[in-house]
Design a protein. Structure first.
Length: 141
């Protein structure tokens, strides 16, 4: 794990600039997700987690209704350092603290092993979402 990192719970209104600075290169540029799909009305009501290293926004995810995790992104140069796992554990802790019994997510198929390590179980077959293979996964708390 990197030194000098902090995970913050933020809202879209206050952190939109930083969240866009992570999700744009990861989803829109690298994965070719259409901007119309990436930016939706859910962002305004979701809880967002933002990883900062000094003054740089480097990773994020969003939590919907304390039951669904999505839009996890780590800037390319910071991947493989445990930031995704730290974000996921923090999101699980937050969902638990709000009384959630289960957490759901739609995982890109290459990330099934990552989520499985955190206890998520695959609950669907493979399907295509924005031209990327996904499966549904669930963690019972």
């Amino acid at each position: 794990m990197l030194a000098n990192i902090q995970i913050y719970q933020v809202n879209w209104r206050d952190a939109e600039h930083d969240l866009r600075a992570i999700r744009t290169p990861v989803f829109i540029e690298e994965q070719q997700v259409a901007p119309d799909f990436e930016w939706d009305e859910i962002d305004a009501s979701a809880v967002h987690l933002l990883v900062m290293r000094e003054n740089e926004a480097i990773a994020c995810l969003r939590i919907i209704d304390f039951q669904k995790i999505g839009r996890m992104a780590v800037l390319k140069k910071y991947r493989g350092l445990g930031l995704g796992a730290a974000l996921l554990l923090e999101a699980i802790k937050i969902c638990k603290s709000h009384g959630s019994k289960s957490i759901y997510l739609s995982a890109q198929t290459h990330a099934i092993g990552f989520y499985s390590k955190a206890g998520f179980k695959q609950t669907s077959g493979e399907y295509c979402d924005v031209h990327i293979p996904h499966v549904d996964m669930q963690l019972d708390l």
